[in-house]
Every structure is written in C-alpha cells, then in structure tokens.
Design a protein around this ligand. Sequence first.
Ligand code: PRP
Ligand code: URA
Length: 210
Amino acid sequence: MRVHIADHPLITHKLTVLRDAKTPSPVFRQLTEELMTLLAYEATREVRVEETEIQTPVTTTKGVRIADPKPLVVPILRAGLGMLEGMTKLVPTAEVGFVGIVRDEATLKPSTYAERLPENLEGRQCFVLDPMLATGGSLAAAIKFLFDRGATDVTAVCLLGTPEGVRAIDTLVGDRDVKLVLGAMDDGLNEKGYIVPGLGDAGDRLYGTV
Ligand code: PRP
Ligand code: URA
C-alpha cells in the first residue's frame, strides 16, 4: 500500500483549527470540506484521463478530460459526508456511492447499516472518504465492500490517521495497489479508541450528537 502524508502548511494550519475543541460546528464543517479539496489534489493525481480535441478562440488544440467510467466517490456515513462536497467540487463528474458504518463504542468493531454501491466496480477508480482512521476497522470494512465488487483501483482519504489504523488497512490490502492519503499521522489511540491528539468524535463535531 502506498501511504501519502500531507506536508503543506495550509493543511497543518486548517487541521490545527479543526483539532481545537473550541471550534464550532459550522467552522468545523467548512474546514473539513476545504481540507478535503486540498487532499483531493494529491488523491486524484492518477485520475484516468483521455485525450480530447477542442477549439480555443484562436485555434484547435489537444487537451484531456476525465475518462469513462467516471470515478466513484464513497463517503463513509456519517462523518465522511462532511468531505464529499470538497471532493466533488474538484471532480464534479464523479459518481457517488454510500456506505454507512458505525463502530461499537465498547468493542470498537464496525457494523454496516447502509450500503448503496454499484454492483460491478471492475475498472472503476474508487475514492473512499472518512475523516478518521483510528483502529482502521471502519475503513477496512468499506474497502472490503469495494474489493468484493471487483474494484482494484482504490484510494482512501482521511484527515487523521494512526499507525495502527494504517497497519490494519495494509493487512487487508495485501499486495493490491491501494493508495492512502492522510492529512496527518497522529500518535495513536487512547484507551477508548480515540485518536490522540486527534479532534474528538468527527461525526459529532460535524453534525452534533445523535
Ligand atoms: C468514526 C469515523 C470513522 C470511524 C473510525 O465513525 O468517522 O468512520 O469512527 O474508527 P475506526 O478506524 O476505529 O473504525 P463513527 O463510528 O463514530 O460513526 P459516525 O461517522 O456516524 O459518527
Ligand atoms: N472516530 C472518531 O470520530 N474520532 C476518533 O478519534 C476515533 C474514531
């Protein structure tokens, strides 16, 4: 698995505001979207394009456009939804599939409560979005859905990750070519399975407590 950890002062600056417990939900939502757009630049570096010819006001010239089948973006509900807009802003022709996964607060095991994905993902570039890669259980479950439908080209984007989360995804992925883009690699997990230093519960900070 290829892991890319962002190294840009704007990303670190925005992550710092996101981590701050005093940052209110509206600002948190805005920053999550902006961070996704910045990370999307790296995540889509290998997006498939095809040559096209266009007419400028001056002459004809060759360029590229995003190839078919269009990329599939898969936010993991709930918190991944906060990243969706930031991604589709950059790739407006992408299609969107959904996976709803919640982890049990005691066992930290993920369970899936919703899934709306195309049946066949062969030849499809898939981008999975989830702000938090903690134990890795939720992201691994989502990526497994994609593999089970034939996807071989998967990129995951998370705002924060942990070494244990990355190891869990690496174990699932094996020698498949998966790319993981992180806004930052944090120290690890506390006894409740929260990322340290982290930013708390991303879903709650985006949308309030359920
Ligand atoms: C959070 C987060 C990830 C998951 C990460 O979701 O958005 O999906 O935890 O933890 P893991 O790596 O240990 O699996 P949560 O279960 O809180 O659901 P939510 O998005 O609905 O708030
Ligand atoms: N999920 C979150 O929302 N935050 C964490 O720190 C860990 C899992």
